[in-house]
Design a protein around this ligand. Structure first.
Ligand code: NAD
Ligand code: AKB
Length: 318
């Protein structure tokens, strides 16, 4: 493989929930001008993206990705552009197009320019036939189109590694909880929205049942996991490097609401499940992240109470 165009970093889908936090962390780590944010949308209003280089980039345009990488001396791509589960199930064709097509474009650019790639997967790779505590090698039979695109993404990553030597790494992120950007149209969005409602009106109408238990993680932990994986020496990573289960939290919607009630007097939550309940029910309650822990030595810092405290103080600070 040839040398990459440079050492800079490109983030696709940078205006989204993860991109907003990851961009900030990458700019602290590598320097403001070394990290190029990109999205199909313009950056107006996103303070973090506007602070450094930004390009409008559709991930379906392979030649454009290659041009940006050459022009900006990029060596590593964090590929976050995608449609999440709720939005994806509303428009399955677009979900396949963006999630699978976008990943192919980024991997083609990586092959062409010798780029290292981070391409996230999701706990949505699992379906109802996986154990409720899903292991790294549990069966992948998702019943959502979004989940199918994530299984395909992991398979593509393995294929580009085996055939072309592209270094692609990924994490099966659980539901991520953060306050710097809104959640982007997923099933786990209730775990973010509930905080804004609690601090705003004092009431939240939750779109899943109170006993809905899912794997979750505070965003700061997800960012350190991502950077730790990308910094890990290649030889320490085994066959799962395209989609690691990671150690994370697991709690029900009711447990989350109760943790918030203990901190915000008068907060109330009622439950009115919609179609997203079906997606949540098809996913595991928790995942086993012991392989990730062993291979690249990572575990979360925030438990449920610490996450709730951090969210309330983050939103309250504005
Ligand atoms: P998000 O929806 O908040 O952000 C995605 C971004 O992609 C948006 O800013 C959107 O404008 C952009 N985008 C959409 N189509 C595009 C295109 N054609 N070209 C360029 N940009 C495009 O999503 P997120 O929560 O930041 O998720 C990022 C990645 O992490 C996705 O692959 C998602 O599946 C995965 N993930 C997220 C979570 C979570 O809880 N946030 C959990 C598991 C996996
Ligand atoms: C979603 O709910 O779609 C995402 C995910 C778990 O992949 N947060």
């Amino acid at each position: 493989m040839s040398d990459p165009p440079g050492d800079n970093v490109l983030v696709t889908g940078a205006l989204g929930q993860i991109g907003t936090d990851l961009l900030e962390a990458l700019r602290i780590k590598h320097g403001l001008s070394s990290v190029i944010a990109s999205d199909i949308r313009h950056s107006e209003g996103n303070k973090i993206a506007e602070d450094g280089p930004f390009v409008v980039l559709d991930v379906l345009e392979t030649e454009e990705i290659i041009r940006v990488c050459i022009d900006h001396g990029v060596g590593t791509v964090y590929h976050l552009a995608a449609l999440l589960s709720a939005t994806g199930e509303r428009d399955p064709d677009l979900c396949r197009k963006v999630n699978v097509g976008g990943t192919v474009s980024v991997l083609e650019a990586a092959k062409e320019c010798s780029l290292k790639v981070f391409s996230p997967s999701s706990i949505a790779v699992f379906g109802p036939d996986a154990p409720k505590h899903a292991l790294q090698d549990s069966i992948l039979n998702p019943t959502t189109v979004y989940g199918e695109t994530k299984v395909t993404g992991e398979a593509l990553a393995k294929d580009y590694r085996n055939k072309y030597g592209v270094d692609v790494r990924g994490i099966r992120y659980p539901g991520l909880i953060s306050y710097k950007a809104p959640a982007g149209g997923g099933t786990t969005d209730y775990a973010v929205e509930i905080f804004h409602s609690a601090l705003g009106s004092g009431h939240y109408q939750c779109f899943v049942r109170p006993d809905t238990r899912l794997p979750m993680l505070y965003m700061e932990d997800a960012i350190t996991a991502t950077l730790t994986l990308m910094d890990a020496p290649s030889e320490s990573l085994g066959i799962w490097k395209a989609g690691y289960n990671i150690p994370c939290l697991s709690f029900t919607a009711k447990e989350l609401a109760e943790a918030i009630s203990r901190r915000i007097e008068g907060f109330s939550c009622d439950y009115s499940p919609d179609v997203r309940q079906r997606y949540a029910d098809s996913w595991p309650d928790s995942i086993d992240g012991s392989i990730a822990h062993r291979e690249w030595d990572w575990s979360p810092n925030f438990d449920l109470d610490e996450m709730v405290d951090a969210m309330i103080s983050g939103i309250s600070r504005g």
